[in-house]
Design a protein around this ligand. Sequence first.
Ligand SMILES: [Cu+2]
Length: 165
Amino acid sequence: MNINSVALAAAFVFASSGGFAHDMGATTNTRHGAAAVYAFGEPGKSAKVDRTIAITMHDLSFDPSSVAVKRGETIRFVVVNASPIDHDFTIGDAKTELEHRAEMAKMIAMGMTHGDEANAIMLKPGQRKELIWKFSKPGKLEFDCNIPGHAESGMRGTIDVAGGR
Ligand SMILES: [Cu+2]
């Protein structure tokens, strides 16, 4: 057994033991209940929501594909999958999206599914889910579908976080 197959076997045992949360590198750490730390904001609280933004998932696109928010705002994203296939909705900076995409490709190759995280939700056809996020820094963020091939085919969105407040 080489190093890679040992790592794969370890990952599989961990996933099979339940409570699986995958590691997204430097930006987050969701393993074993440790508080996640994100470079681009923080999970929002339902009681603090400033406004709701509805997002519809189509075959390989989001509608709308760009949203504008203000620093300090807490947004409730209400996401509906109106397409006949599964999609992911991940909020993050470019680095986080790329890491998540690579991680998801690995997991899908191993036959695993992806559980929801504070900044990422997976929706089956017809499903509706909410994700509440507090945007704490101005800048450009993204919301991408990181199922292999989807973002690459245009299933991406931009979040413009203005400096106000
Ligand atoms: Cu997708």
